[in-house]
Design a protein around this ligand. Structure first.
Ligand SMILES: [Zn+2]
Length: 303
C-alpha cells in the first residue's frame, strides 16, 4: 500500500529569485500527514499559502501562488522536485516572495530532499485515478489526460530553432527515474525574449548560470546542454510541478503538445471541476510506481 511521506529532517538553501533578483532563504521542514505542501512567508509572520490550484495567481513565465494579496512566485521547480521525489507533506519557509532559481533546474532541490531524507507516515496516500478523458486546446497548443494504469507524461514541443525543432518524450516514472532524467533539465529562453523580459522588469536574476539562453543559431551557455532534448525534459519537469497543485498524485496519462504553465494550470482546474472524470483511491497504481513513489534508499525507518 502507498503511504504518505514527509521529510526526515529540516534542510535549507539560499539563492536568488529569477525574476526579482533578490536573495531568498529557503527551508524545507517535515509536516504531519494530510498537510500537503504549504508555503510560509517568514518575512510576513509566517503567512501560509497552500500549494493548491485555487491559489494559482499568474502563470505566464512562472507559476505563482497568491492568497489575500500575498504572493509566492516561481514555485514550479520546487513543487516538481517534491512530487518527483515522493514528498507528500512539507512546510516550505521562504523570507521573500520568490523561490530561488538556483541552477534553473530541479536538481538542487532534489539534492536538498536527499539530504533531508524521507520518513513514511501512517496515513495512506490517496491518488486521483482518471476515469474519463479530458482534452483542452488553445490553437495549436493541446493538453489532455486519459485513463491509464500508472502516471505517464508524454510531451511534445516544436520551436523553429536549429537547436530545438520538434522534440518529444514519454516519461513513465516507474521506468525512468525522475532524478536522473527530468530533474537536471534547466529552464530556457531565447535571447530576444530575455531582452524583452528585462525591459518589462522581469528576469532580473537571470544569467547563464540559471537559464539556457539561445541566440538565433546556438546555445550561448559555454557548458552546452545537459541532454540533447533538455528543453522537452524541462517542460515535463514544469508539468510535474504544476499538476501537483491538483492535491493528489494522478493515475493517468497526461499528453501535452506545445503547452506551458497556463495550460497545465487549466488542466488542473478543469479536472477539479469535472468531478466525474476521476475518483480518489488509496490503491497504488497497478503497472508501476507513480511519480511520487519513494526511491527505496531514501526511505528511513519511521512511523
Ligand atoms: Zn520551468
Amino acid at each position: 500500500m502507498g503511504r504518505q511521506y514527509t521529510l526526515a529532517s529540516e534542510v535549507a538553501l539560499s539563492g536568488i529569485g529569477l525574476h526579482t533578483g533578490v536573495t531568498v532563504h529557503l527551508r524545507l521542514c517535515p509536516a504531519p500527514a494530510h498537510t500537503g505542501v504549504v508555503f510560509r512567508r517568514t518575512d510576513l509572520d509566517g503567512f501560509a499559502i497552500e500549494a493548491q490550484s485555487r491559489h494559482v495567481a499568474r502563470v505566464s513565465y512562472a507559476t505563482s501562488l497568491m492568497k489575500k494579496g500575498v504572493l509566492i512566485s516561481t514555485t514550479e521547480h520546487l513543487l516538481s522536485a517534491l512530487a518527483g521525489m515522493g514528498v507528500d507533506n512539507a512546510i516550505v519557509e521562504i523570507d521573500n516572495l520568490e523561490l530561488p532559481i538556483v541552477d534553473g533546474s530541479a536538481l538542487p532541490f532534489v539534492k536538498l530532499i536527499r539530504q533531508a531524507g524521507l520518513r513514511p507516515q501512517r496515513a495512506r496516500r490517496s491518488y486521483a485515478r482518471i476515469l474519463k478523458p479530458l482534452e483542452l486546446a488553445d490553437g495549436p497548443k493541446k493538453i489532455a489526460v486519459y485513463p491509464s494504469d500508472t502516471l505517464t507524461v508524454s510531451y511534445a514541443i516544436n520551436f523553429p530553432h536549429p537547436v530545438i525543432g520538434a522534440q518529444s518524450l514519454d516519461f513513465a516514472p516507474g521506468a525512468r527515474s525522475y532524478e536522473d532524467n527530468v530533474a537536471p533539465a534547466r529552464t530556457f529562453g531565447f535571447l530576444a525574449e530575455v531582452e524583452m523580459l528585462l525591459k518589462s522588469g522581469l528576469v532580473k536574476g537571470g544569467s547563464l548560470e540559471n537559464v539556457v539562453v539561445l541566440d538565433p543559431q546556438r546555445v550561448m551557455n559555454p557548458e552546452g546542454l545537459r541532454f540533447p532534448d533538455e528543453f522537452c525534459r524541462h517542460k515535463i519537469l514544469d508539468l510535474i510541478g504544476d499538476i501537483s497543485l491538483f492535491g493528489h498524485p494522478l493515475i493517468g496519462h497526461v499528453v501535452a503538445d506545445r503547452a506551458g504553465h497556463a495550460m497545465h494550470a487549466r488542466l488542473v482546474s478543469q479536472l477539479l471541476h469535472q468531478r466525474n472524470c476521476w475518483e480518489l483511491t488509496t490503491d497504488p497504481p497497478l503497472r508501476s510506481d507513480p511519480v511520487l513513489s519513494v526511491p527505496a534508499e531514501l526511505a528511513v525507518a519511521g512511523a
